[in-house]
Design a protein around this ligand. Structure first.
Ligand SMILES: [Zn+2]
Length: 199
């Protein structure tokens, strides 16, 4: 059975996940969500490797212990890397520049979301979240993006931050300021605010 999740369902999943981590977080002061701590709290391991020569795959969640192809920069070739079930592989290129912090954090949240939402669908199939038939992948990617956004930018925090900061700022400035508070990209913040009719 394919499962569909609405935006509201994602919001409540995010609230449950954040409450389980720290009850004061979800309704607390706006801040950057400690996404790497959340990942560890789920018993997952973060591993940084070059996943592709060209950096086209930013992250991958491993549901079954096995081998994953990673790119060895020094050798200039792909090698097989042993990974355990419950590993989140992140492309090492995301750690190279300060400017990609938002992309790094979003990729981490997206991959954690795959683990939360799709673990049962993949475990035992030998497939990872990055390699799926197109149709199924599309809805799953959308779901992982929706939950990823809800985890990094919980709505009560976003609203509180918006009303605290909007005075004297135009749309561009509020997006900039809030993306710094939550440590997400400006694009991710703009989408979040637009979807909730704040911009
Ligand atoms: Zn994905």
């Amino acid at each position: 059975m394919r499962k569909y999740y609405t935006e509201q369902t994602m919001e409540s999943i995010a609230r449950r996940v954040l409450d389980a981590y720290d009850e004061r977080l979800y309704r607390g002061q706006p801040r950057a969500i400690p996404i790497e701590d959340l990942i560890e709290r789920h018993g997952l391991t973060l591993e940084f490797q070059y996943l592709r020569k060209n950096g086209r795959i930013l992250g991958k969640t491993v549901f079954d212990t096995g081998l994953e192809a990673v790119y060895d920069m020094e050798l200039g070739e792909y090698t097989l890397f042993p990974v355990k079930a419950g590993t989140i592989l992140i492309d090492a290129s995301l750690c190279e520049e300060e400017t990609s912090t938002g992309r790094l954090r979003f990729t981490e949240a997206h991959e954690l979301s795959h683990w939360i939402l799709h673990k049962g669908l993949y475990t035992g199939t030998g497939e990872s979240a990055a390699l799926q038939p197109a149709v199924r992948e599309t809805s799953m990617e959308i779901q992982a993006n929706m939950l990823g956004s809800a985890l990094l930018m919980p709505m009560p925090m976003v609203k509180r931050c918006f009303y605290q900061m909007r005075s004297g700022r135009d749309n561009q400035a509020i997006v900039q300021a809030m993306s710094e508070v939550f440590q997400v990209s400006r694009q991710a913040m703009r989408i979040r605010l637009t979807n909730h009719h704040l911009l």
